[in-house]
Design a protein around this ligand. Structure first.
Ligand code: SF4
Length: 881
């Protein structure tokens, strides 16, 4: 064996050595063994560049590929167990050993993955079986601790069961090859072998490498140890969030960009999409991505998750409307082409409108939708009906495969960026689900869905970045044994770089040390070696971190700063780190004034003013303009959570139905009437909100409680007659002398009572009550003052309307009240005789002044944003910025 030390660019050094040893173009008897796969592509590319003619390439394998291929030769007929199979086998062994007995498979899954990895690690580190018998205890969950105590037995049974079913694991394959090498495996087919770039291999890897390194024909490329950082080439930057970091990446790449020799390193997948959209798309250069992107962050997963959620939220009353609309509005579904060749988009919007505007129900029936929109039946079949009968994990795999195949066939989804890699990965997952050993086990549907979610959490879409042209975007792991001239790394935070979790939920450090397994300290050493190699071999390095993070910048950044300070013999302050600044240009955008043009004045002229429209103007003229003049529809959500407006209407409906039979009669409430009222509460709530559960149950209970109290109060009333319920009045004239014509008023009065010979206008309130101040003595002419003091014209306007419609000329026998159902309290407009004078002296002239302002062409519709709370809930707030 020959040993060669190298410092940088391993692929280049290997090619130079190979070409120095070998003439000609046939390298098929050469084996190059590497710790990881990626440098192989660079070796081939450099060979192509150097030879410029076709050639027989060497065998370039990562140690994992070498082991997997060799194990198949040594033990044919065995295949690697997928995650699902190995965890299922382990689960059954654990259950038979009386462990995890309260756990269902989907709950065990995450633990199972971790435990089976640890069993493999015991093999890879050649841990003595005897040591597994007397393990020290550590801080782990009880069930896990019990399993760790039986780890030796579980491991033996696990491997026996895998062997019996024709499965292997990574650890089993390494063991098989390590035992066979030099006996059944001689590597005679190779005349030259390179072992290159290994650092801190596992014990079993070392056993395999020891044999190969013992051969005369082997060349061992070993990287010199790094002592310190090449800090003169390193530039530090700090951003305040992910986007500011990405912005800095863009600025760095703009300077002398040589894409092929530049690497952008993303330790976390979060940065990929912002990097592509904010920076890379604008460079106009080729790029290559080499990293694992979490499958659960893809749009296809969002669709499948939505389809599962839709099944999970189904109740007796039907499917949850919001979840149904979410599925339809997913871009893959919205853009489908239906059986008849028409685009689904138009039908989907019609369905959405029907559900939200016409039905306005929380729950829907699929059959009812199909009755109106038969074209959507095919979509329902794939996304809903097939899912209804899922009982096994294998069946879920079939349903999902059908859904994504349908999407690929009928929508442009296949043309979206990275669709190829994402869909391929999903189809691989679905195949594993269907072929897994427990694919036919019946489970609860919810458990099957959760298992899928856990399973997918661990899956990554492998972007393999071939060919190597263009800017390289890599994960940290993928940079091992590679060198670039320019390197930009983001998220250089503690906990991410180095990414070493100190906490092991199954084998705490004390147990790992006892077993001789690498602890977080050794893992950090390995990470440090590769990271220093990437950084120290580059000519220009930019490390970017987020300031103000809880975790702080990486310990590597601190070391680099320390080394810089040592050299300069002074403390480096802020100049050592470039801050990312966003130049914030405050554009004081003033929305245009809302003027009254002739069309607006004409609309006002023809308008019937309700008390709520008048109050809306009083609170904010602009809101009145958007609502009553432009008739912009408020964005209404369907009845998902009970909102206050809908609750109010439901309570009004209950009381209207309850008192309707008493209309025109003297009222004497009896005990049995209470039950009638309570039955109405239940019926109306069901009608308006669907099944009584969750938030609706809470609402029902509150409504029941309040209306019981209301009934108790009403029962005590004597000498009382109800004249009207929900009485509607239209075309009531209100003279406005300056206008030359009358203004028209309208309104619906909740209830009109006659009590002891007096008329009472009753307005039920479920929320906040706005009532005129008692102390006002004279008319007001300024809107803001009216708003502050009179607050609401509702009761005065109702009184006015009622008196006009019933030709009552005196206010003496009239009163009006807000009946608060929340506090079970009646709040009267007039509390004494003197108050009644205010109708003529205060309310009506103030109302006339406000209406005159509405019609005044010189007064714009002002945006009154004094009340932040009111603006916060204003549906038109977007038009005021
Ligand atoms: S956001 Fe405020 S100022 Fe604007 S219309 Fe609504 S209530 Fe008026």
């Amino acid at each position: 064996m020959e040993k060669i030390e190298f410092r940088d660019n391993l692929p280049l050094r290997i090619v130079e050595d190979l070409l120095a040893r070998r003439k000609g173009k046939d390298f098929s008897d050469v084996l190059i063994l590497l710790p990881n796969k990626r440098p192989a592509y660079y070796i081939i590319r450099i060979l192509q560049d150097r030879l410029k003619t076709p050639f027989f390439p060497p065998h370039i394998l990562s140690i994992d590929e070498f082991v997997e291929q060799t194990a198949i030769k040594v033990r044919p007929g065995f295949s690697r167990a997928g995650d699902l199979d190995r965890v299922w086998i382990l689960f059954n062994i654990a259950r038979r050993a009386g462990l995890f007995s309260d756990c269902t498979f989907h709950h065990f899954f995450i633990w199972g993955l971790r435990i089976s990895d640890i069993i493999d690690e015991l093999v890879l580190e050649e841990v003595d079986e005897k040591k597994l018998k007397n393990l020290p205890s550590g801080p782990v969950p009880e069930e896990v601790g019990a399993l760790v105590l039986k780890l030796g037995e579980v491991k033996r049974k696990f491997f026996e069961e895998l062997g019996r079913t024709g499965f292997t694991t990574r650890g089993m394959d390494f063991l098989c090859v390590a035992d066979a090498i030099g006996k059944a495996i001689m590597l005679d087919e190779f005349n030259l072998i390179y072992v290159a770039g290994f650092f801190a291999p596992t014990r079993i890897e070392q056993r395999i490498l020891d044999y190969i390194l013992g051969l005369e024909k082997t060349v061992n490329f070993v990287q010199e140890e790094w002592r310190g950082w090449n800090f003169r080439n390193i530039f530090l930057h700090s951003g305040f969030d992910l986007h500011s970091q990405i912005k800095r990446v863009g600025e760095i790449l703009q300077e002398r960009l040589d894409p092929v020799n530049t690497a952008v390193v993303l330790p976390e997948a979060d940065g990929l999409i912002p990097l592509l959209s904010m920076v890379v798309s604008g460079l106009g250069k080729e790029y290559n991505i080499t990293m694992g992107y979490p499958l659960y962050r893809t749009p296809a997963y969002a669709l499948l998750d939505g389809v599962m959620k839709f099944q999970e939220t189904k109740v007796e009353e039907g499917y949850y409307a919001k979840d149904y609309i979410s599925i339809l509005m997913h871009p893959y579904v919205k853009n489908l082409v239906l059986e008849d060749g028409k685009e689904a988009r138009a039908i989907i919007y019609s369905i959405k409108r029907k559900i939200e505007k016409e039905w306005n129900r929380a729950f829907i029936s699929i059959e009812a939708i199909e009755k109106y929109f038969p074209e959507i039946t095919e979509v329902h079949r794939y996304f809903i009906r097939e899912m209804e009968s899922v009982k096994t994990f294998g069946h879920l795999g079939v349903c999902f495969e059908n859904i994504l195949s349908f999407v690929l066939l009928r929508s442009p989804a296949g043309g979206y960026p990275f669709a190829g890699e994402i869909f391929e990965m999903f189809f691989k997952v679905f195949r594993e689900m269907q072929e897994s050993v427990f694919s036919s086990e019946e489970m609860q549907k919810e458990d099957i869905f959760d298992l899928f979610r856990y399973y997918v959490r661990n899956e990554r879409v492998p972007f393999n970045g071939i060919p190597l042209g263009g800017l390289q975007i890599l994960g940290v792991l993928e940079t091992r044994n590679l060198s670039f001239e320019k390197v930009v790394v983001i998220d250089v935070q503690e906990g991410i770089i180095p990414s070493v979790d100190k906490y092991d939920p199954v084998l705490p450090t004390i147990v790992r040390e006892f077993l001789g397994l690498p602890t977080y300290r050794e893992r950090e050493k390995v990470f440090r070696h590769h990271f220093m190699s990437l950084v120290n071999t580059a000519k220009e390095v930019h490390l970017i971190y987020r300031s103000g993070q809880k975790e702080g910048r990486s310990r590597f950044v601190e070391e680099i700063l320390w080394e810089k300070e040592q050299e300069q013999k002074r403390i480096l302050s802020k100049e050592a780190v470039k801050q990312v600044n966003f130049r914030v240009e405050t554009i004081a955008r003033v929305p245009p004034p809302l003027k009254k043009d002739s069309r607006t004045l004409q609309l006002l002229k023809n308008m019937n003013f309700s008390p709520s429209a008048i109050d809306r103007y009083l609170s904010c003229p602009a809101r009145f303009y958007y609502d009553s003049i432009l008739e912009l529809e408020e964005k209404r959500d369907i009845a998902l959570e009970p909102d206050s407006g809908k609750i109010g209407s439901c309570i009004h409906k209950i009381l209207q139905r309850f008192y309707k039979p008493f209309e025109g009669k003297k009222v004497i409430l009896k005990e049995e009437d209470e039950q009638i009222l309570l039955n109405l509460v239940e019926r109306c709530i069901r009608e308006d909100f669907g099944e009584i559960r969750g938030d609706v149950y809470l609402l029902y209970k509150i409504a029941e409680y309040r209306l019981k109290n209301f009934f108790d109060n009403e029962k005590t009333r004597e000498n009382w007659k109800i004249l009207y319920t929900e009485k509607e009045y239209n075309n009531v004239s209100f003279p406005l002398p300056g206008l030359g014509r009358d203004v028209v008023l309208k309104g619906i009065i909740d209830r009109v009572d006659q009590r002891d010979g007096r008329i009472y206008i009753v307005d039920y309130k479920t929320g906040e009550i706005k009532k005129p101040n008692k102390k006002i003595k004279q008319a007001l002419y300024d809107r803001k003052e009216i708003k502050a003091k009179i607050k609401s014209f509702q009761l005065p306007v109702y009184l006015y309307i009622y008196s006009r419609q019933n030709s009552i000329s005196s206010w003496e026998d009239l009163n009006a009240e807000f009946y608060s159902l929340k506090d079970n309290k009646e709040d009267f407009l007039f509390s004494d005789e003197e108050d009644r004078e205010k109708m003529e002296e205060v309310f009506l002239p103030s109302l006339a002044s406000l209406l005159a302002e509405i019609f005044n062409p010189d007064i714009d519709f002002e945006r009154d944003n004094e009340d932040e709370h009111y603006c916060e809930y204003c549906p038109y707030s977007g038009l005021c910025r």
